[in-house]
Structures are given as structure tokens and as C-alpha cells.
Design a protein around this ligand. Structure first.
Ligand SMILES: *Cc1c(COP(=O)(O)O)cnc(C)c1O
Length: 243
């Protein structure tokens, strides 16, 4: 058994769940009349061991998401040491404190959760120190009861923050990210996100990513133009409630 290889039973469980999610994505794309290639699956591995993340990479998943530092960096480093394992693209999708930006800039390829100027400056500085380029998504607040906890800027503040990202060395503006409000129909929120994305592309034509959709609402997200789905529990199972 090579390093970071989970038991056969766990590997099979992950493979089966991943297959189910891939079927859901394919069905959602065809229902929306969109080519499957327009949508990237980001498997969110937070709270799960590096062995699960490695199993996903072996199953062909090229994009992994994490929401907590330093756990995310430790997992990226652990996978980097497995001989012969393909290097995934690492997406940091969680709320990020400014004082962790330097560390995250060393291992993340894309940060989905950028919602304030100070964080833009900190990530730019971190990327320059690390000699790396970071993709950045501006997180949009789509409202709902837990909006404050989840972060994000109001839609009318997106343009200014996006300009700041685009002007920052070491950062590349990729688009927008959002979490749909809990316990409500996600469609209106994803529609608002899509409209905000259209306005953004008028000024930044390359900022074409829409990171939206999780285990419970990926179909609605695909219907409203999501390019990146962040899927955790539907692939890896339930995590502790804090996740
Ligand atoms: C955990 C997390 C996800 C994955 O959520 P699931 O419902 O488990 O698919 C997606 N996005 C963010 C920002 C997360 O923190």
C-alpha cells in the first residue's frame, strides 16, 4: 500500500459517491443545455484526511478545495510528498484572516473568498513573497439569515474590489464566488450572482468564473451559469456540524 492510500472500503465509498455526483453534474448540464466542460468540480476535502484527498486525485479529480488554514496547507504538503501523485489545483474557499494570507499564498492556486481591500493587499504581498500567481474570486453576499457569518461584499461593491484585485501584482481576477442563503430557494440568489457576473465582465472580460453550488444546490447553480461547483459532503460524507 502506497502512502496516503485509504482502505479499500473507503476508496470504494469515495469512488461510488464521486460517480453519483458526476452523474448529477452531467444531468444538470444537459438540462441546462450547457457543455459538461464548462463546469469544474472542486471537491471540498475540509475535515477529511489527506488520504481521502489523495484518493480523489487518483480517481481523476484535478481540483481540491479547503476552507481552513493551517489544515489546508498541511494537506497540500502531504499530497505533494506522495510519489507519482498528480498535483491538484488547490482552491481556498473559506473565510480567510488577513494574517494567514502569506501562508495561504504559498500553497493555494485560487482563493474564492476575497471580500475586502485589506485581504487583497495581504494576498498580493503574499503572492509576491512566494513568487507565485494567485487566482482570485470576489465573494458576493447574496443575503439570507447567516450572510454575515459567511462573508462577501454587497453586489454593488463588487466593481471596486474587482478593480483592486485586477490592479494588484501577483493576483489574477478570475470572477465571483457565492454561497446561497441557507433554507431558501437558491435560484433567485444564483440569478443575482449571474447578473453581477455579467456586469463584472463588462469591465473585466477575463473574469468569467462563477463559483456557486454545493452538495445541496448544484443543479440550481448549473442552471444559472456556475462554472465551478464546490462539493464536499455529497462526495466524502457528513462532516462535523461546524463545517
Ligand atoms: C464546506 C464548503 C463547501 C462544501 O459544502 P457541501 O455542502 O459539503 O458540499 C462549499 N463551499 C464552501 C465555502 C464551504 O466552506
Amino acid at each position: 500500500m502506497s502512502a496516503l492510500d485509504p482502505t479499500g472500503a473507503r476508496r470504494q465509498e469515495i469512488a461510488d459517491a464521486l460517480g453519483g455526483v458526476q452523474e448529477r453534474i452531467a444531468a444538470a448540464c444537459s438540462a441546462a443545455g450547457r457543455p459538461r466542460e464548462e463546469v469544474t468540480l472542486v471537491a471540498v476535502t475540509k475535515y477529511f484526511p489527506a488520504s481521502d484527498a489523495a484518493a480523489l486525485v487518483r480517481l481523476g479529480v484535478q481540483d481540491l478545495g479547503e476552507s481552513r488554514d493551517p489544515e489546508a496547507g498541511e494537506k497540500a504538503a502531504a499530497l505533494g510528498e506522495v510519489p507519482g501523485l498528480a498535483s491538484p489545483t488547490w482552491h481556498f474557499v473559506g473565510q480567510l484572516q488577513t494574517n494567514k494570507a502569506n501562508r495561504v499564498a504559498r500553497y493555494a492556486d485560487v482563493v474564492h473568498s476575497v471580500d475586502r481591500d485589506r485581504l487583497v493587499r495581504a494576498l498580493s504581498h503574499g503572492a509576491e513573497l512566494a513568487g507565485r500567481t494567485l487566482g482570485v474570486l470576489v465573494q458576493v453576499n447574496l443575503g439570507g439569515p447567516d450572510a454575515d457569518r459567511r462573508g462577501g461584499v454587497e453586489p454593488d461593491a463588487v466593481a471596486a474590489l474587482a478593480d483592486a484585485v485586477a490592479a494588484s501584482p501577483g493576483l489574477v481576477l478570475r470572477g465571483l464566488m457565492a454561497v446561497a442563503p441557507r433554507g431558501q430557494d437558491p435560484a433567485p440568489a444564483f440569478e443575482r450572482l449571474a447578473r453581477t457576473g455579467e456586469r463584472l465582465r463588462a469591465d473585466h472580460p477575463g473574469a468569467s468564473w462563477l463559483s456557486a453550488g454545493m452538495s445541496g444546490d448544484l443543479e440550481a447553480a448549473v442552471a444559472h451559469g456556475a462554472t465551478h461547483l464546490r462539493i464536499g459532503s455529497a462526495i466524502l460524507g457528513a462532516r462535523p456540524a461546524a463545517g
